[in-house]
Design a protein around this ligand. Structure first.
Ligand code: CMC
Length: 389
């Protein structure tokens, strides 16, 4: 049940509101359905399990943007457009080089996407055609930007995208110049599918609120990246890895988790505003974590994760707090050899498809998103000149 806040203002008027906008319906959408009680997630009507099993990120992102599963020809044309948009322009690369070693990846990604708007002379063109093309450009560009930033931070030259590889495999290739094996590429592809869309989460709502002023897509996506970065949202996946490292040995799991619960410190990767049952994405990611643990011969992170899950179920499961998408994605990315500092940027690499689909949908039938707050401040104050304060 939403936390209802009842407040009385200084004029004696009483108001009620749902704290944190919990359960509030802001608009309508045809993109995503979530049943938080049953742990169900559908993208445009198709269960996430089916997309994870049968689809690719390219096909899923097309489906999110355009509302229908592509024909073979449509998919091939879309894939080839994405490939053609992958390389980053000289201006963006130069800008990335200047910023390269200065900040953390999410700050850099946000700033570079904002700069991409500066370098696009047509940035304010909000026509349907231009925004659809821009959505595809951003989906294609994000992996190249994130991989280039990582390379520059390591003092290495960025690796050019490989047009022979699909979206997921190419990203892994651009990190270290090695073509991933088919299993690693497919697991990563499924991770991208699972993170692509999730209704009115904080970053998507941010993107929709920003575009509802009829500004431009770069502004909406830049703001969404800033929102995703927070530890209560996409930043949680890095927090999970830090937790697993803090625990270090499975024998310490009980002690660390109980101490955090005692001191009311949130356990990253658990709990959700909408799911009060197991997040269906976590179920899929848990299986990949287990398999990768076996394949890499490094079961520590999977075993600690399972132990944390067991303790949390015992301690707070009755409150509906279960693993969310971020919990098992942390060990999966780790097993895939990805640096922890890239976990949240990778979330953005995937979610940019959901953000841009929502931007297109918002523009299709736009009304300014502009809620109100209850004013609890003073009413009867007068200006006091500086000399009398
Ligand atoms: N660890 C321990 N206790 C928790 C947790 C957690 N991860 N999540 C919620 N609770 C408790 C919380 O302390 C509170 O208890 P009480 O009622 O006794 O005070 C109760 O559950 C309700 O918590 P809330 O913070 O009011 O719930 P919310 O709907 O505002 O928060 C949330 C949702 C995701 C922000 C929260 O569960 C959380 O902070 N989780 C950890 C961060 C995280 O994993 N974020 C990723 C979210 S899902 C994917 C994504 O968006 O990136």
């Amino acid at each position: 049940m939403p936390k209802i806040c009842k407040v009385t203002d200084k004029l004696g008027r009483t108001f009620e509101y749902n704290e944190g906008l919990e359960g509030v319906i802001a608009t309508s959408s045809e993109i995503c359905f979530i049943d938080g009680e049953k742990g169900k997630l559908l993208y445009r009507g198709i269960p996430i399990e089916q997309l994870a099993e049968h689809s690719t990120f390219e096909e899923t992102s097309f489906f999110l943007l355009y509302g229908h599963l592509p024909s073979r020809d449509e998919l091939e044309a879309y894939e080839s457009r994405l490939k053609s948009y992958r390389p980053i322009t000289g201006e963006i690369l130069e800008f990335a080089r200047k910023l390269g070693s200065l900040a953390k990846p999410m700050h850099l990604l946000r700033t570079i996407v904002s700069a991409a708007g500066v370098f696009d002379p047509d940035a304010d063109n909000n026509s349907i055609e231009r925004n659809a093309a821009r959505a595809e450009e951003l989906i294609a560009l994000f992996p190249t930007i994130v991989a280039a930033l990582q390379r520059l931070q390591q003092g290495k030259e960025p690796i050019a995208p490989n047009p022979d590889l699909g979206h997921a495999a190419n990203f892994l290739y651009m990190l270290n110049g090695e073509q991933p094996n088919d299993y690693a590429a497919r697991v990563f592809d499924i991770c991208l599918i699972l993170h692509a869309e999730h209704g009115f989460n904080a970053s998507t709502f941010t993107a929709r609120a920003v575009i509802s002023t009829l500004t431009d897509m770069y502004s909406a996506v830049t703001a969404a990246i800033g929102s995703l970065k927070g530890p209560l949202h996409g930043g949680a996946n890095e927090g999970v890895m830090h937790l697993l490292n803090e625990i270090g040995e499975i024998e310490r799991t009980e002690e660390v988790v109980l101490e955090k619960l005692r001191t009311k410190t949130k356990i990253m990767g658990f709990g959700h505003r909408v799911y009060k049952a197991l997040d269906p994405r976590a179920k899929i990611l848990m299986q990949f974590s287990e398999k990768l643990a076996q394949l890499t011969g490094n079961e520590k992170y999977y075993n600690i994760s399972k132990k944390v899950e067991e303790i949390m179920a015992r301690e707070v499961g009755a409150k509906g707090i279960y693993p969310n998408v971020d919990f098992f994605s942390a060990s999966v990315y780790h097993y895939l050899g990805i640096d922890t500092s890239l976990f949240t940027p990778i979330f953005a690499v995937s979610r940019v498809s959901g953000w841009t689909a929502h931007v297109l949908e918002q523009l299709h039938n736009n009304r300014l998103l502009r809620p109100r707050a209850v004013y609890l401040g003073e009413f009867d104050r007068s200006y006091i000149p500086m000399s009398e304060r």
